[in-house]
Design a protein around this ligand. Structure first.
Ligand code: GLC
Length: 425
């Protein structure tokens, strides 16, 4: 099979992106995910840049077409309706053209834009596109602050597990248990037609995912009503770490592009964010953890998302050492880092989606952060473990962290992109 073992080459990784190209945007994988997803596309763009720069920029420009008037970049853009995916545009009931979902996803784009500008071989095109996209990103970051941190605490809330990008993580078990399913439009699942049920979220999870969508749709997606009424309101470490790094990269971009206007505002986000992260630190877990805003409780669990404190650059020396110690413990309990849930936790499920498997884009971010903090041995392990996983089974969506079995979708875009732009660079 094209994806497997010895056929993991640069050419085949490029082929995955080409096969998943739908004309200006890349689907995560055919059939299972037939639309444009925010953070997937952010990673795909980095992959495209290694062999087709104009196409890489186009990926980001297509994401910008989904931006709402209030600045939100939605997590899915339904460029061409595909009846094989549910929940499709009808279930979301939003009013944007092209049709979109009504929630967002980890805001990786400012960081990726900065990296693309650094790696470009076509400076003129890169600068022109960066100038076009910079204001789009400022509006998106402003939306996070206005809609999701109206009290200016420095940390933003998510309203749906899907916004974290880590859909069924055990992080969400407690807050999701409080989500009522009394308001729930009928829905149909399509994911389990393609992927074995033990690798996908359970029905009880899915009812709650759709109950949240139904509720938000009935509130007309009004940000103020959602802030006041959402039954799921969590400070997620992944979203906040990614946003914090992206704020810093946005500031760097404003310097590079010589755009002064928004500097003070961005500096304010960074300063408030940096101090607020202490609220999410868990010495027990050795990483950052979510905080449920509705109960005020921290959710004590070690996850790969909580290890993004390196990538965000918010961990002090003692916290960084504690995170390294925890990662090393995880690395003795499983063969391949970084499992999505601590393998020492009872909730760890090595085959089920975000409850245990290793995910390529997360390894990338953790690996970059570790290297920046000077933990080069561990950074190397995080990269080399992922290299071995991809080499042993191909461009899968995620892997079992001990047996190296490739799971979920095959021929996956962010895996190919991670190979091209990080592992094989
Ligand atoms: C799943 C993942 C999410 C990803 C999407 C498309 O929903 O949890 O992170 O963006 O699939 O690949």
């Amino acid at each position: 099979m094209l994806d497997q073992g010895s056929s993991v080459t640069r050419e085949n990784a490029q082929r995955v992106l080409r096969d998943n190209d739908r004309g200006g945007y890349t689907v995560p994988t055919a059939r299972l995910y037939p639309y444009q997803w925010l953070w997937d596309s952010g990673f795909s763009a980095l992959g495209w840049q290694t062999f087709n720069e104009p196409r890489a920029w186009e990926e980001l420009r297509r994401l910008a077409t989904g931006q709402w008037p209030d600045g939100m970049i939605p997590h899915i853009i339904f460029h061409k309706v595909d009846p094989n995916y549910s929940p499709g545009p009808g279930a979301w009931g939003t009013s944007h053209q092209p049709p979109t979902s009504g929630i967002s996803q980890p805001p990786v784009l400012a960081t990726h834009l900065r990296w693309m500008l650094e790696c470009t071989c076509d400076q003129a095109l890169a600068e022109k596109t960066a100038r076009e996209l910079y204001p789009v990103l400022v509006r998106a970051h402003r939306w996070w602050r206005a809609a999701r941190d109206p009290e200016r605490t420095g940390l933003v809330a998510i309203y749906h597990p899907w916004e974290s990008g880590m859909d069924n993580s055990a992080m969400w078990d407690t807050p999701m248990a409080n989500v009522p399913t009394d308001i729930l439009d009928p829905y149909e699942r399509r994911d389990t037609a393609y992927i074995a049920v033990d690798q996908r979220p359970q029905k009880s999870d899915y009812d709650r995912y759709m109950a949240l969508v139904t509720r938000f749709k009935r509130a007309g997606w009004d940000p103020e009503v959602l802030w006041a009424e959402t039954p799921f309101k969590v400070l997620d470490p992944t979203t906040n770490c990614v946003l914090h790094r992206a704020d810093r990269d946005l500031l760097a971009l404003s310097d590079q592009l010589g755009i002064e206007n928004d500097r003070a505002e961005i500096e304010g986000w960074i300063a408030r964010g940096r101090t607020a992260f202490s609220r999410l630190w868990s010495e027990t877990q050795g990483c950052y953890v979510p905080l449920d805003m509705l109960t005020g409780e921290k959710i004590e669990i070690g996850t790969s998302g909580g290890m993004l404190g390196f990538y965000a650059g918010v961990a002090d020396d003692a916290q960084a050492k504690r995170m390294v110690q925890a990662l090393e413990e995880w690395g003795r309990a499983v063969r391949y880092l970084v499992p999505s849930t601590s393998p020492l936790d009872l909730r760890f499920e090595p085959r089920r989606y975000w409850r245990g498997p290793v995910w390529p884009n997360v390894n990338w971010m953790i690996g970059v952060g570790l290297a920046e903090y000077g933990f080069s041995d561990l950074a190397r392990r995080v990269r080399e473990d992922l290299r071995s996983l991809i080499q042993s089974s191909g461009f899968y969506e995620y892997w079992e962290p001990t047996t190296s079995e490739g799971l979920g979708g095959a021929h996956f875009s962010w895996t190919a992109a991670t190979w091209l732009a990080w592992i094989d660079r």
